[in-house]
Design a protein around this ligand. Structure first.
Ligand code: ATP
Ligand code: MG
Length: 228
């Protein structure tokens, strides 16, 4: 399943995960030789002949690492929790199959929050035990959060532009990632509840860790040291 050679494949997603991973790679003595913004390559060379980077969708990183398409990868906790819940059939967000999640890289930081229109009284709706319509890309995290609070919700799965849902009457609230809050503000939405802090994690394929123990360990340790 994993590479027979000692070569190591690291899965990253384009954008903030890639950008924020570069300084960590540099601290590990690894420079990425191809610029994903300038070429269409999906496999990038690095200054280490035995290390390569593959570019995948953010939500595909756990899948690549789990099945050995990559030996390790960087993914947001949001992605990992949704992926884990998916895999466990919605039984529990903690269940991640062939993945080790050893290092909090403390990059791509944001938070998962509940937001509503300013004129929606979220606290009152919760207190009264009303059914709240919630739109989100993160339906497993949202379901777990409201179940823990004992709040009844109807969840609506979306794939993007969640801010639009309360504005069009599709939903009363959204569960989404917030970093500066400027996107919410621009859409006249307010953050009414913080669910959890999110950051990117280094995830590792268990079989690869056994088969390529030494180079994998060195890389993981270098990432951990750089993340501080
Ligand atoms: P795709 O663009 O392929 O649909 P994505 O939107 O999840 O995937 P990015 O926008 O690059 O991909 O986000 C990658 C990760 O960055 C997220 O999973 C999350 O952990 C983190 N992140 C940090 N801040 C934010 C933010 N303000 N909005 C979205 N993601 C954020
Ligand atoms: Mg995006």
């Amino acid at each position: 399943m994993t590479n027979a050679t000692a070569a190591i494949t690291l899965a990253l997603s384009k954008g903030r995960i890639f950008d924020d991973s570069l300084p960590l790679l540099a601290a590990a003595g690894i420079e990425v030789l191809d610029d994903p913004e300038k070429s269409r390559k999906l496999i990038l060379r690095t200054s280490r002949p035995d290390v390569r980077v593959v570019l995948v969708r953010a939500s595909d990183v756990p899948t690549y690492v789990e099945h050995g398409g990559a030996d390790l990868g960087v993914a947001g906790l949001d992605v990992l929790l949704e992926h884990g819940a998916e895999w466990a059939g919605g039984q529990g967000a903690a269940a991640l199959s062939g993945l080790y999640m050893p290092v909090d890289l403390k990059i791509a930081r944001c938070r998962m929050s509940v937001a509503t229109r300013a004129d929606f009284d979220y606290a009152a709706a919760v207190k009264q035990g009303s059914r709240i319509r919630v739109a989100s890309k993160y339906t497993h995290i949202a379901r777990q959060h409201f179940a823990d609070k004992g709040v009844h919700v109807d969840l609506i799965k979306l794939y993007g532009s969640m801010e639009l849902a309360p504005l069009t009457g599709l939903a009363d609230a959204i569960v989404d990632l917030v970093s500066t809050g400027s996107t919410l503000k621009a859409n006249h939405l307010v953050e009414v509840e913080r669910i959890m802090d999110i950051s990117a994690r280094l995830v590792v394929n268990q079989a690869a860790l056994k088969l390529k123990r030494e180079p994998m360990r060195r890389l993981i340790d270098a990432f951990a040291r750089a993340a501080g």
